[in-house]
Design a protein around this ligand. Structure first.
Ligand SMILES: Cc1ncc(COP(=O)(O)O)c(C=O)c1O
Length: 447
């Protein structure tokens, strides 16, 4: 395996530049999630990917990179991971979509519910946003209440109006809908209590990622779920990122808690489009068609929800997680990244400007100027320098099963080689060293 990609300096982005020039005329935003957009990357970067292999990706100019964010955290095993691809291909030869459910739907339903352990029913979808929105709809129907509550610090739950209306990007969303989502401070029981006091008997559910940014206070999840139930609301645990990363299947196992509903996606099918909502029977059953005479709730209903190739990918992914110690391996790689980068930043006396944040399953870096302010300029410059050295880094190392120690070492070495420019930029200004504009926040009111 060739690990030395970072040793060469990548300067050729000609085909990427052609792609960049054309794509915005064809696709609004230039991508199908804003997180992949040009405004999230330095100008000297690949505009698109031609293919991936393990933890490597390749751009249209033939440049090769170690990819750090693993397909926005959706690729848990590796790109084109053979056991998954083989299982998918096998299924494809049997046909991909039928006018009645595919028989494989029951297999994955039973297997995934068995894995989750505490939930009775499951509904599939192709995107995480669909299942979080479905969970919110169920909670509103079950409680007969309107308001949805979410931690203000948690960045994303859905592209649907109930969530986007609570961010700075409100265009196209009626104010009446915006007012139906309220916020509290993450991992803070007092703030949650305050919210319930402020809106008595009005909150249908809390939707939150189980762990994000901070180490949880002792017993927090249990206490928060109890408090929510005491106030007649439901707890929706969004395991989109934590699923198959913090534990197998996720943080609900790690903390031994039972949310009313849980949402899953990203790494559970190694990048294939399989997401799901799991939950308690009395809530999920509202989407049933068996209770003659009861009012019907239109739960998730999509042509492609039962697509067999993605379901096969989910099954093959479970097989691999059960055959190998994938969670342990991925966390070990993440921890190595944290330990080595922390030592590196200290050695270069830049630890106040580039800080390790978060967890070994999703290890991110924060960038700060000499006054301690968050700096998008320094962030973009560091990513530019790493991309030059063959490391496609977006501020987060989210390890997958194809990342090995050599890859972590290669990332750290590229960082070591990039730090002298960062030191100069801190003294002289990042503008002097960055080509093009700094990255901008995804959730911003104005372009
Ligand atoms: C925590 C969380 N929930 C939900 C979603 C939405 O998932 P999708 O992009 O598949 O719609 C995301 C996507 O990044 C997420 O991070």
């Amino acid at each position: 395996m060739e690990i030395q990609a970072h040793k060469k300096t990548i300067t050729n982005f000609n085909k990427s530049n052609e792609y960049r020039a054309k794509i915005h005329h064809l696709i609004p935003g230039g991508a199908h999630t804003y997180s992949k957009g040009d405004d999230q990357f330095p100008e000297l970067s690949p505009a698109a990917i031609t293919h991936g292999d393990g933890c490597y990706v390749f751009d249209p100019d033939g440049n090769k990179y170690i990819e750090c964010l693993s397909g926005l955290a959706s690729v848990s095993l590796g790109h084109a991971y053979k056991p998954v691809v083989d299982r998918v291909v096998q299924e494809l030869y049997k046909g991909n979509n039928f006018s009645r459910p595919a028989i494989i739907e029951m297999e994955v339903a039973e297997r995934f519910l068995n894995l989750v352990g505490v939930h009775d029913m499951i509904k599939f979808a192709k995107n995480g946003s669909v299942v979080t929105t479905a969970a919110v709809k169920l909670a509103r129907a079950y409680t007969g209440r309107k308001l949805v509550a979410r931690p203000i610090e948690h960045p994303f739950f859905s592209y649907d109006d109930w969530f986007i209306g609570s961010t700075d990007v409100k265009s196209g969303i009626p104010t009446d809908i915006q007012a139906l989502t309220v916020t509290y401070s993450a991992d803070n029981l007092q703030s949650l209590q305050h919210l319930f006091d402020q809106y008595p008997n009005q909150i249908a559910c809390i939707i939150a990622e189980p762990e994000k940014f901070n180490v949880l206070p002792d017993h927090y999840l249990k206490d928060a779920i109890n408090l929510t139930h005491k106030n007649g609301a439901l707890w929706i645990m969004d395991e989109m990122i934590t699923g198959y990363k913090t534990a197998y299947p996720g943080s609900m196992t790690k903390y031994d808690v039972v949310p009313d509903l849980a949402t899953w996606g990203k790494g559970i099918a190694n990048g294939f489009s399989f997401c799901c909502l799991t939950g308690k029977k009395e809530i999920m059953d509202l989407g049933s068609i068996k209770k003659t005479g009861a009012e019907k709730l239109f739960l998730v209903s999509t042509t492609h929800g039962g697509e067999t190739c993605s379901i096969a990918a989910a099954i093959a992914t479970m097989d691999e997680f059960e055959k190998h110690q994938v969670v342990e391996h991925n966390q070990k790689m993440g921890q190595l990244f944290i330990d080595k980068t922390r030592a590196l930043f200290t050695e270069h006396k830049i630890e106040n400007n580039i800080r390790n944040m978060q967890f070994n399953w999703h290890a991110s870096l924060g960038y700060f100027d000499n006054e301690g302010n968050n700096s998008f300029g320094l962030r973009t410059l560091f990513h530019q320098e790493l991309i030059k050295r063959g490391i496609l880094f977006q501020g987060i190392f989210c390890p997958n099963f194809s990342h090995q120690e050599e890859h972590v070492n290669a990332i750290v070495e590229a960082m070591n080689d990039s730090l002298p420019v960062m030191k100069k930029a801190l003294d002289e200004g990042w503008e002097k060293y960055l080509q093009g504009e700094a990255i901008k926040p995804v959730f911003r009111k104005y372009i």
